[in-house]
Design a protein around this ligand. Structure first.
Ligand SMILES: [Zn+2]
Length: 71
C-alpha cells in the first residue's frame, strides 16, 4: 500500500500510474519505487569468494594434518 499526502488516501500498487505516481493528483511524487530486477551485490560475491577460498585453504592444511597423523 502507498500513501498519497496530497490526496490524503491510501492507494494500492495496482492503482498507481506506471511510473509509481498518484493518478489522482499532479504532485508527481513517486509513491512506490518501481521494483528493480533482483541482483547480487558485489560485496556478497566477494564474501562468498573469500569464504570459499578460506575453506579451501583450511582444507589443504586439514589434509596435510591428516596425512601426517596417518604417516
Ligand atoms: Zn494523490
Amino acid at each position: 500500500m502507498a500513501w498519497c499526502d496530497a490526496c490524503d488516501r491510501y492507494l494500492t500498487p495496482s492503482s498507481l500510474d506506471e511510473d509509481g505516481t498518484c493518478p489522482g493528483c499532479d504532485s508527481g511524487d513517486v509513491l512506490v519505487e518501481v521494483p528493480e530486477m533482483p541482483h547480487t551485490p558485489w560485496h556478497f560475491k566477494l564474501l562468498v569468494v573469500l569464504a570459499g577460498g578460506y575453506l579451501l585453504w583450511r582444507s589443504v592444511f586439514g589434509v596435510i594434518w591428516l596425512f601426517e597423523r596417518l604417516g
